[in-house]
Design a protein around this ligand. Structure first.
Ligand code: SF4
Length: 363
């Protein structure tokens, strides 16, 4: 990271925001101030870059680091991931959210293993044909792991480019997105593609931040139209915020004498698809009857817990946990692959975030 004394602009070279003029000052800044010791910057392979890029979508570096390290310890290469059980992969993703990413990782690893002999495709088209890999992720894999000239356009880069050129449009709209891809392509140099890719992501993550861009420290300040206008945080245009709908549900926290919880595997695709959760009922449904139907025995006790809210990108879910005690182990549910008795710490399962929270609180 830069200090307040480090205000050089990349050796004082002239900077323009068009015609590829940002690479030299950006790389000079990166050499001095960029991040070089992140775990995925060591032992670089397409597999490690790919995993890190997927984890970093919607998630900050500091959060990703321990997840990345645990994931690599368990699944060190694409063959290990391809051979993994989905529950194990989701277990290593528990808490990162957006679980479709983890399911797609597994599907893509199996495709790489089966269709490409364990080697990642070396073309944009080949990578983009794999589940969950878009143009920006493919570009990052090609550039960082292969040194190939391929532009990227993740959230950080979108923010830098919209400010650099004072692009007014909403980046989620296709016309703006297309203009941004053209700009990203124009600015990406032919040399040092891996460093340039890392550098522009670093600039967005460390200096050109969403609410407090550090323009006086920025190597692109001279070229930046938004800085010249004095209103960098106007860019990128924000989506008009809309009020999220609210939904309600009950969760059956069924526990037996052995301290095990009855969990249900969520259907995939869908909310928390493939993860294990407490059986869900309507907010006003009769929990005791539902428990008897699912577990095969009437509960000994029923206690409604305090409702809490879990917010998804597109709605709020108000959850009321209902605690139910059932006698002993109930055999028939164990035969159903969608139901399982779960003892915390004894088995690696991917848990939905509110479920993990409730189990942690109760254990
Ligand atoms: S000058 Fe400021 S707004 Fe412009 S790219 Fe640099 S940090 Fe971002």
């Amino acid at each position: 990271m830069t200090s307040s004394a480090d205000t050089d602009q990349g050796g004082g070279m002239p900077v323009t925001a068009s015609g590829g003029g940002i690479a030299a000052p950006l790389l000079a800044w990166f050499d001095r101030h960029g991040r070089h010791d992140l775990p995925w910057q060591q032992d670089i392979t397409p597999y490690r870059v790919w995993i890190s890029e997927i984890m970093l979508q919607q998630t900050q570096v500091s959060t990703v680091i321990p997840y990345f390290e645990r994931f690599m310890a368990r699944f060190p290469d694409v063959a290990a991931l391809a051979n993994a059980h989905e529950d194990d992969v989701l277990h290593h993703w528990t808490g990162l959210g957006y679980y479709a990413r983890a399911r797609n990782l597994l599907r893509a690893a199996r495709r790489v293993q089966e269709e490409h002999g364990g080697e990642f495709p070396r073309t944009l088209e080949g990578l983009c044909a794999l589940p969950g890999i878009g143009r920006s992720t493919a570009g990052a894999v090609l550039a960082i792991a292969g040194g190939t000239r391929a532009p990227i356009l993740d959230g950080n880069v979108k923010r830098v480019l919209t400010r650099l050129h004072a692009i007014e449009g909403d980046p989620t709209q296709s016309a703006t997105l297309s203009a941004l891809w053209d700009l990203a392509d124009t600015l990406t140099p032919a040399e040092r593609c891996a460093d340039y890719t890392q550098a522009i992501m670093d600039l967005g993550a460390t200096l050109c931040t969403r609410s407090r861009p550090a323009c006086p420290l920025c190597p692109l300040a001279e070229a930046c139209v938004a800085r010249a206008e004095g209103t960098p945080t106007r860019y990128p245009a924000r989506k008009r915020s809309r009020r999220l709908p609210e939904r309600r549900c009950g969760m059956l926290v069924i526990r037996n004498d052995a301290g095990e919880f009855l969990l249900e595997k969520r259907p995939s695709p869908g909310i928390w698809g493939g993860l294990w959760s407490f059986p869900e009922i309507g907010a006003d449904d009769d929990a005791a009857s539902a428990c008897e139907y699912i577990a095969g025995e009437a509960p000994l006790t029923v206690q409604r817990g305090t409702p809490f809210r879990h917010t998804f990108s597109h709605f709020h879910l108000d959850i009321t946990p209902v605690h139910l005690a059932v006698p002993g182990l109930i055999g028939h549910v164990l035969e159903d692959q969608r139901l399982a008795w779960y003892k915390p710490g004894q088995r690696a399962l991917g848990l939905a975030a509110p479920v993990k929270k409730l189990i942690d609180a109760l254990s």
